[in-house]
Design a protein around this ligand. Structure first.
Ligand code: PEP
Length: 249
């Protein structure tokens, strides 16, 4: 079954390092049946584009401005990303929510701006450890999801990927269990069915992210309600990442 394998480079891979990575990934994934997306830092997007063109790998970005134009020093607009050859953008990553104080409302604005420019969005949701221990994970994810999708029409959902990323599992080496991932991804699908339709709930892409590595990716990505994975640290090793991209799930 075809899955989405998404690499989030975070603040890694300089332009001078991107060429070798892109050339290697392109060569190693020619036979892959999965949809592969890499999200390098802004400064490495142009070089990634140059060496991924014609390959099986699609380009994503890690963030986007919530408005298309205006006095926004230091920001990058959705149409700039589109013009640079980017097809996907990650929105609402927990590191942006916590370190850069991004709210649900801002995430919703970013999604709308990105969709209006023809980008696809990877919307990150997830609870922290205390919320999970207090059995509030579903309520937290439901609120984030409802707010993120406010004003988004059903026909736009084909350009939306939901990434369930429990915060306590990101970059920590701790995984959610197969049972937890199964349960939350099904919960997200049911919630989308309630908001839109049964067809929307079944059709939406819901990926898992949080310490996915070469030793655990198979069991997590093979879960039927999981459409793929958002991979941070482990995507930086091109050999391992390419191996995950080549898998038949
Ligand atoms: C991420 O950055 O979205 C992520 C899931 O990171 P890691 O795989 O390193 O936990």
């Amino acid at each position: 079954m075809k899955k989405l394998i998404i690499g989030n480079f975070k603040m890694n891979t300089k332009p001078s390092e991107m060429k070798a990575y892109a050339m290697s990934l392109a060569t190693k994934t020619t036979e892959s049946k999965n949809e592969i997306i890499v999200c390098p830092p802004y400064t490495s997007i142009a070089i990634a584009k140059q060496f991924l063109d014609g390959s099986n790998v699609t380009l994503g970005a890690q963030n986007v401005c919530d408005v298309e134009a205006g006095k926004c020093t230091g920001e990058i607009s959705a149409s700039m990303l589109k013009d640079a050859g980017v097809e996907y953008v990650i929105v609402g990553h927990s590191e942006r929510r916590s370190k850069f104080k991004e709210t649900d409302r801002l995430v919703n604005k970013k999604i709308k701006t990105a969709l209006a420019s023809g980008l696809k969005v990877i919307v990150c949701l997830g609870e922290d450890l205390v919320e999970r221990q207090n059995k509030h994970a579903n309520a937290v994810v439901k609120k984030q999801l409802d707010e993120a999708l406010k004003g988004i029409y059903e026909n736009e959902l084909e350009s939306v990927v939901i990434a369930y990323e429990p915060i306590w599992a990101i970059g920590t080496g701790k995984n959610a269990t197969v049972k937890d991932v199964q349960s939350m991804t099904n919960f997200i699908r049911r919630e989308i069915s309630d908001l839109y339709s049964e067809k929307a709930g079944q059709g939406i892409n819901v990926v898992y992210g949080g310490s996915v590595t070469i030793s655990n990716y198979k069991k997590l990505i093979s879960i039927p309600s999981v459409s793929g994975a958002l991979i941070g640290g482990a995507c930086l090793d091109v050999d391992n990442f390419a191996m995950m991209c080549r898998e038949n799930f």
